[in-house]
Design a protein around this ligand. Structure first.
Ligand SMILES: O=C1O[C@H](COP(=O)(O)O)[C@@H](O)[C@H](O)[C@H]1O
Length: 276
């Protein structure tokens, strides 16, 4: 098993601060690598994910990062109107990104939001599951093309026969992917017993969920193959409500009933908690 670690802090706030400190230090270190052009990170919504972003925002070390070379992604998103408070991206803007954008440290081209629902409330109300599935399939296919364009070329490029061409292609990979863990053990929008959790085709990087057990029902999410190409996968679960999920997801391997048990970074996989 590749590098599974638990980092424990005493309180929920201390967990968020600990992740924030590690995030800042890791990004700074990566940006110092001689060949490094940029760092790509995936953020999370939810209570823990948003607390981490606030802690980064409040850190005296925040501005020691050269944010002009940091690109922002999300592990999952709620497929609702772009301005909805339910959007993980909107939560992230309020907690951190607005500060960075206002100061000019980050610009819009570095922020890669997952798609929002373009429909009117009436159209959403009238849509059936088949229409939702079709729309989600369409927008996630388009977003997958963005991932490939930004983070590497086609994940199947290793199959290309021309070795010279193949050398220039890499599997899309994030440098840091952070996830909150739900009390049911979900991470991103990969829920217990859901088929999306079981996708193991490396060509499928991003998919839709039209019947999420957690509101809102329509979502987009990175898949396990995409997540597990990340160098560093960080899972955050604080508070008593997450205690069992943290324990089960850390101690199990690839258990569909505890989706975060599938998480595995190529360099490190860390559970941050105040519970174990
Ligand atoms: O719906 C979601 O839930 C998880 C966990 O959220 P929490 O409120 O239980 O901490 C979150 O990580 C994910 O990004 C979000 O879409």
């Amino acid at each position: 098993m590749r590098n599974r670690t638990v980092i424990k802090a005493d309180t929920r706030d201390a967990v968020a601060e600990c992740v924030a400190d590690r995030f800042i230090e890791t990004v700074r270190t990566l940006l110092m690598e001689p060949d490094r052009v940029r760092v790509d990170v995936a953020l999370s919504g939810g209570t823990d994910g948003t607390a981490v972003l606030r802690a980064i925002n409040d850190s005296p070390m925040r501005d020691t990062i050269d944010w002009t070379r940091v690109h922002i992604w999300w592990g999952d998103e709620r497929f609702v109107n772009a301005e909805s408070d339910e959007r993980n991206a909107r939560g992230a803007r309020k907690a951190l990104l607005n500060t960075l954008m206002r100061s000019g440290a980050i610009d819009g081209s570095q922020v890669h939001e997952m798609p929002a629902d373009p429909r009117t409330p009436e159209e959403i109300e009238a849509a059936d599951q088949a229409e939702n599935d079709e729309l989600l399939a369409r927008v996630t296919r388009a977003f997958q093309a963005t991932i490939i364009e930004e983070l590497g070329l086609k994940p199947t490029m290793s199959a290309i026969e021309d070795p010279e061409l193949a050398k220039n292609h890499r599997t899309p990979a994030l440098d840091i992917a952070m996830f909150g863990i739900g009390p049911d053990g979900h991470f991103a929008s990969l829920f217990p017993g859901f088929p999306q959790t079981l996708i193991d085709d490396a060509n499928i990087l991003c998919v839709g969920v039209s019947d999420s057990p957690k509101q809102p029902p329509l979502r987009t999410t990175l898949t396990v193959p995409m997540i597990n190409h990340s160098a560093r996968v960080w899972l955050i679960g604080s508070g008593e409500a997450k205690a069992q999920a943290v324990k089960e997801t850390y101690s199990r391997r690839n258990d569909p009933d505890w989706p975060a048990s599938f998480a595995r970074g190529t360099q490190e996989t860390i559970w941050f908690t105040d519970q174990m």
